[in-house]
Design a protein around this ligand. Structure first.
Ligand SMILES: Cc1ncc(COP(=O)(O)O)c(C=O)c1O
Length: 421
């Protein structure tokens, strides 16, 4: 089965069911229940390899680091680390997770626009390769913890490049009106302050313009800007962040990693010796993931709308309620059935905005059918909550006809584990 928003290993087995990594998705729901996150190991590995191969072929001094905010679990981090990628972490929790996955600390870039003193100390203790300093307050805090501990820290300064990318307002991060990064006109002062510190070394600059971006022009613009800063301040590293878009819908033509590599490295080749760093998240894990739900209620409001109400929703995938994100689905038991109905797949939570797919196309579905929502690998589990005190789903990684449980389904006990009793 070939659709741009399906995992690479997706196919239809002899029962006519959708399979991923040789695992029958209907059978997986019998073993692990629903909702269930299923990840395709082949897709994750293939995207990691594409990034490394395509960039290094053009610009050998490239480091690819996975933005772990897109999907942070020990099992996923182990796969990514085994492909030689480093990690962008943006909290002590993400740092803890990748360290548990035995990531090379030197390849960890510690992000965040308000890291606590505790988190900065944790970063120093594990020896992260770079702190990405967002603002002058953070620089002051880092100076404090390095002076107290006597440990050195190498940093990149995150700049606000003032570049608008065409994507949802909530995932634009590089325009002038942004809470992220140092304004360009304050860099002289910030760089001057770094030079006055005893134990902090400035290695270069970072910018991240946003997420789910299809157009290469803003990436090219930010690379040029960072190249100029590298020359101006005589630094060694250019980190252009992440943000490459993926096809959520089958008809979407998302950027190809090889083309992207050509465009970015074209800006740098022959003009600098600086190391290039990239931080893809969504484009590594997004299309690797599928979420399986069971239909529990079919609510047909004649002349208005037909709802299929499933056993998950905004707590395992808040992207519709956050951004109006669009998804597509198939019936796992009959993926090739003609999509003759317009339906809204709604969740089980106490919010009217709790929608997974609004007015999507599906074949006629009944109570008990398994709905497979596509391209849910990024920013679903990592943004999941326990709203309505619903335990978060399990996650399995499918490969070579085996499904490995990488996140257990939460229990009621887990839900009250931190409540005083
Ligand atoms: C600093 C930074 N780097 C990388 C990323 C990853 O972006 P994406 O998942 O769109 O590739 C993000 C996501 O917002 C980010 O904030």
């Amino acid at each position: 089965m070939k659709m741009a928003n399906l995992p690479d290993s997706a196919g239809i087995n002899d029962k006519g069911h959708l399979e991923i990594g040789g695992c029958d998705l209907v059978e997986l729901t019998k073993e692990f229940g629903t909702p269930l996150y299923v990840l395709d190991e082949r897709t994750i590995r293939s995207r990691c390899r594409d990034y490394v191969k395509c960039f290094r072929a053009e610009y050998p001094d490239t480091e690819v680091i996975f933005a772990s905010k897109a999907l942070s679990t020990v099992g996923v981090s182990e796969i990514v680390a085994s492909e030689g990628l480093g990690f962008d972490v943006s909290s002590g929790g993400e740092l803890y997770t990748v360290i548990k996955a035995k990531a090379d600390p030197q390849k960890i870039y510690f992000h965040g626009n308000n890291k606590s003193l505790k988190e900065l100390k944790e970063g120093l203790e594990v020896g992260v390769g770079r702190f990405v300093v967002d603002n002058e307050y953070e620089l002051a805090n880092l100076e404090k913890v390095t002076n107290e501990s006597g440990m050195r820290a190498d940093i990149l300064i995150r700049v606000n490049p003032g570049i608008e990318a065409h994507t949802h307002e909530f995932v634009q991060t590089g325009r002038v009106d942004s809470k992220f990064g140092a304004p360009l006109d304050q860099l002289d002062e910030l760089v001057g302050r770094v030079k006055k510190t005893k134990l902090i070394g400035l290695k270069g600059f970072h910018a991240h313009i946003g997420s789910q971006i299809f157009d290469s022009a803003p990436f090219v613009a930010v690379t040029k800007l960072l190249l100029d800063l590298t020359k101006k301040y005589d630094t060694e590293e250019i980190n252009i962040g992440g943000g490459l878009g993926i096809p959520y819908l089958a008809g979407e033509t998302a950027p190809v990693i090889a083309d992207f590599a050509g465009q970015i490295t074209g800006v740098l080749k022959g003009k600098t010796e600086a190391k290039l760093i990239l931080e893809p998240g969504r484009s590594i894990v997004g299309t690797a993931g599928i979420t399986l739900y069971t239909v529990g209620v079919v609510r047909d409001i004649p002349g208005v709308r037909k709802y299929l109400i499933v056993d998950g929703g905004m707590s395992d995938n808040p992207r519709f309620i956050l951004y109006g994100a669009k998804y597509e689905a198939l019936l796992a038991g009959k993926p090739e059935a003609e999509k003759t109905e317009t339906v809204t797949v709604a969740g089980r939570f106490c919010e009217s905005g709790d929608i997974v797919i609004k007015d999507g196309k599906l074949p006629p579905a009944q109570v008990g059918d398994i709905i497979a929502v596509l391209a849910t690998g990024a920013y679903n589990y990592s943004m999941a909550s326990n709203y309505n005190r619903v335990p978060r789903p399990a996650m399995v990684i499918a490969s070579r006809s085996r499904a490995e449980l990488v996140v257990k389904r939460e229990t009621y006990e887990d839900l009250i584990a931190n409540d005083s009793q």
